[in-house]
Design a binder for this molecule. Structure first.
Ligand code: F6P
Length: 533
């Protein structure tokens, strides 16, 4: 099946699932587990160093079979081949979507007819390696001849979230003498307070922006350039060894003044939110070393192979996607929580918010028609156990259906067995308690816990570059599968453009405003005057 005129809601399987959804409130997940000796085995998958137990979901075998039928009728297989072989599946921007190529072997790329991409990728990987080695070995010198000790990544969205998450999550592998800082927001406090703790002589700024037109990143870069100029007496800091540009628009980086030799490239066929694997990952390679960066790519590649080659019922991204479709489209869940029990993955929910909500927050199909069903859910989360003491109350006794992904490590060399056991036991206890609940008619209702709250448990032995890479690729593919089922373009982000354009017009002062916004603007102008205009 191809995506032309595909409508998931038109299938007879959709109607059958709707009928089963009506019966779902009468089903207890705990009964499903108790009654079926094989359920836990049948509802578990292992791949690329990740183990998924999805037995605690509100799905019967019949529901799973129908969901699998839904996927068989969908354009997934066709679209997946197009993804891996570089067809222009991002139709509104007329671009291929080739983040998977960034982590594929050159033999695989040649098999897929992607020889040219393979060459480009190999060339930029050499540059990531050379640059990161140079910085890590203290051979990259600032304008006064001192080695760099601090790098500051200026970028936002995909040019920030992925590298920041990877550097934090893979802290165990980070260089002791090189500190990585990330500034994304245009809130001046952020860049000012970061620069305040740094020495300009030993600081390197990486301006990371696919387009090199992003207002926030360019203003932060300008502030950093002035800081270098004032503190080091430089005439044009952009052209100094204190600036590197990472971009898909070489000419825009050159226009800003960055030296040609200090520009690393990637390409328009790498989406911003999928760019961690490209030269945008330079900060990661500097932080954890190029070999570990390669290990991260290798882990993601393993997940790519699993996704491309495994049958749907054994395919981890497909199963996660189908469960999400079941909850969103049939049981009216509006959000999905991701709770990593690992403080180093604190930024994972933010990362997944962009990945999922910028990809699948769409209301129009690939055929340019309004969608007939709800699409991407609201993604949110926090680390456990911290979340247990804030929003878990709502998960246990609130009125919303919120499926959860719990993510945990079996072992953690940065923790201690005593701490780690408490952490992990808490995670397992939460997933069990949410499922079982506790009913006691002798107690008032507020002391009763309805239970039957679904969750997945994703485990990995340790948080290594490989398992981290596989985890991120798993979510990328889950989002892709859902996009195929809903027949939307998961690779554009036109919605973001309207706000950007209005902010620019407001800054220029050349737009007609509604009375509410103009009143608020007057207050701002009265306070700030024309500063920033
Ligand atoms: O505004 C959304 C967005 O285009 C994201 O998709 C992207 O990751 C981010 O802005 C940053 O864009 P750039 O890398 O071009 O600065």
């Amino acid at each position: 099946m191809n995506s032309q005129n595909y409508d998931i809601t038109a299938s007879s399987v959709w109607d059958a699932l709707q009928r089963l959804a009506e019966a779902a409130p009468g089903i207890r997940i705990s009964d499903l587990i108790q009654q079926d000796q094989d359920r836990v085995d049948n509802y578990s998958l292992e791949s690329a160093g990740l183990f998924l137990d999805y037995s605690k979901n509100l799905v019967t075998d019949q529901v799973m079979e129908l969901l699998l039928e839904l996927v068989a009728e969908s354009p997934l297989e066709d679209q997946r081949e197009k993804l891996f072989t570089g067809e222009k599946i991002n139709i509104t921007e007329q671009r291929p979507v080739l983040h998977t190529a960034l982590r594929a072997s050159s033999a695989r790329l040649q098999q897929d007819g992607l020889d040219r991409s393979s060459e480009l990728i190999a060339g930029q990987k050499l540059r990531i390696k050379a640059l990161s080695d140079q910085i890590r070995s203290r051979a990259w010198l600032g304008s006064t001849g001192k080695p760099v000790t601090d790098i500051v990544n200026l970028g936002i969205g995909g040019s920030d979230l992925g590298p920041k998450l990877a550097c934090e999550a893979l802290k165990e592998f980070s260089h002791e003498r090189i500190n990585c800082h990330f500034v994304s927001n245009v809130d001046g406090e952020s860049i000012h307070s970061t620069l305040k703790m740094l020495e300009p002589e030993t600081t390197l700024v990486m301006v990371s922006s696919k387009t090199f037109t992003t207002q926030e990143t360019l203003l932060n870069a300008q502030t950093a350039a002035r800081w270098f100029e004032q503190r080091l007496g430089l005439v044009n800091a952009y052209a100094s060894p204190h600036f590197i540009g990472v971009t898909a628009s070489r000419q825009n980086a050159i226009k800003l003044g960055i030296k040609e030799g200090n520009i690393l490239e990637f390409w328009d066929w790498v989406g911003g939110r999928y760019s961690l694997w490209s030269t945008i990952g330079l900060s990661v390679a500097i932080c954890i070393g190029y070999d570990n960066f390669e290990r991260m790519l290798a882990g993601a590649q393993q997940m790519d192979i699993h996704f491309r080659e495994s049958p749907a019922r054994e395919n981890m991204p497909v199963i996660l996607a189908l469960l999400g479709v079941w909850y969103s489209n049939f049981l009216a869940a509006e959000s999905h929580a991701v709770i990593p029990y690992c403080e180093r993955m604190l930024s994972l929910p933010s990362y997944l918010q962009q990945l999922d909500m910028e990809s699948n927050g769409k209301g129009v199909t690939l055929d340019n028609k309004p969608v007939n069903c709800s699409t991407g859910p609201i993604i949110w989360g926090q680390t456990g156990t911290s979340g247990q003491h804030s929003f878990f109350q709502l998960l246990h006794q609130g009125t919303h259906l919120i499926p959860i992904d719990f993510i945990g490590l079996l072992g953690d060399d940065l923790s201690s067995p005593e701490h780690h056991r408490v952490l992990m036991v808490n995670m397992l206890a939460q997933s069990a308690a949410l499922m079982s609940g506790k009913q006691d008619s002798a107690l008032p209702l507020y002391r009763n816990y309805p239970g039957n709250k679904p969750s997945n448990v994703l485990l990995m032995e340790k948080l290594t570059p490989e398992t981290f890479g596989a985890l991120i690729a798993l979510y990328e593919h889950k989002v892709f599968v859902q996009g195929c089922l809903w027949n939307i373009n998961s690779f554009d982000q036109w919605g973001v453009e309207l706000g950007k354009a209005l902010a620019n017009s407001l800054l220029e002062g050349d737009t007609e405003l509604d009375r509410s916004t103009s009143g608020l603007m007057e207050k701002l102008d009265a306070c700030l005057g024309s500063v920033g205009n």
